[in-house]
Design a protein. Structure first.
Length: 341
């Protein structure tokens, strides 16, 4: 019995020591070249936890030894004043909280499809950041992702992104083109607070505009609000110098009247309905062809409806796109739906 008890005690002590070693080992940072890593042996992956390089264009590693580098850990690059561009590898999937926050020399960020998870303030306060390309397969831009990026001018966003989270572009005062917001089915408070756009067109799938979404935007003069919107919170915009563009009898129209706000009524145009008879069919293809051959006169609304591929010009490519739609091929344009003039 004493032997058994002694064995049990020894086993318990060994187990505790082993557990302690595993905990410490899992947090051990291994440095190799410019990067420090933590290894998750059970998950067969590595985390990039520290950068000690000279800056410039930084290619993030795909592997440490044979471990794929999946996570850029929290604060891995935060406060770095030397990196100018970051290039992701195809194994990278996650950018954790504050990973690149305050990288004062960072100018360009290209995020590919495989990077789909982001923590809070991942690129916040990167005051030199000018260009962001978000081709990620994620569906939302997370909280404060680019807040405080005051030099940000160019943003390209994947069409898969439909949710612009709380404060995601807050304080991006140089951002004057918010064309990508037209895909935003959900908008968070402060999402575009302090941006520099003169006009914004909201998505026709948007239901609500929260408080402070577009406040502090001194250049903003026009906001186009679709019929889908059924809630506008009172501090969504600084209304004093803004004209609402909306459809007659819509919620936005009623809101403008109730609050004595400036507004313009939009005429309804269905993309592809060139002859404006309420249907999209082969007759509209013929109308595009006749317009291009100058066989009939047209007006601005019919030309807008004829631009089925939405490239800004009515041409033969639009007739082809419309034919594909009528033949029930998948086309990436909202043919048959109301569009803003």
């Amino acid at each position: 019995m004493k032997s058994l008890k002694r064995f049990s005690i020894i086993f318990f002590i060994a187990a505790v020591l082993t557990a302690g070693f595993c905990i410490r080992a899992s947090a051990l940072v291994i440095y190799d070249g410019d990067f420090g890593y933590e290894i998750n042996a059970s998950g067969h992956e590595a985390r990039l936890v520290k950068y000690n390089g000279q800056g410039g264009v930084v290619q993030l590693p795909a592997y440490y030894r044979d471990y794929p580098v999946t996570v850029i850990d929290r604060n891995a690059f935060s406060g770095n004043g030397a990196i100018s561009e970051v290039v992701f590898s195809d194994t990278n999937t996650t950018v954790d909280d504050y990973a690149f926050m305050g990288c004062s020399a960072l100018e360009t960020v290209y995020i590919p499809e495989n990077v789909v998870r982001f923590g809070d303030r991942a690129f916040a306060d990167c005051v030199s950041l000018k260009t962001v390309t978000l081709l990620s397969d994620m569906v939302s831009v997370p909280t404060n992702m680019f807040s405080g990026c005051s030099a940000l001018e160019n943003v390209t966003v994947s069409e898969s992104i439909a949710d612009f989270g709380y404060g995601c572009f807050n304080g991006c005062s140089s951002l004057t083109d918010l064309g990508f917001v037209k895909n935003g089915a959900m908008l968070g408070s402060y999402a575009f607070n302090g941006t520099g756009a003169a006009s914004v067109v909201l998505s026709d799938t948007l239901l609500a505009i929260p408080n402070y979404t577009f406040t502090g935007c001194p250049q903003l003069k026009y906001v186009t609000i679709p019929e889908s919107v059924v809630l506008i919170q009172p501090y969504a915009f600084d209304w004093e110098n803004i004209t609402i563009r909306c459809y007659a009898d819509s919620f936005a129209h009623a809101y403008a009247l109730e609050n004595n706000l400036s507004y313009e009524l939009l005429e309804k145009v269905t993309l592809g309905d060139v002859d404006r008879d309420g249907n999209v069919n082969i007759n509209d293809v013929t109308n595009i062809q006749r317009i291009l051959a100058e066989l009939e006169e047209t007006d601005a609304l019919s030309l807008l409806a004829a631009d089925t591929n939405q490239d800004g010009t009515a041409d033969i490519a639009d007739a082809t796109t419309l034919q594909e739609f009528i033949a029930e091929y998948a086309v990436p344009y909202p043919i048959g739906r109301l569009i803003n003039r």
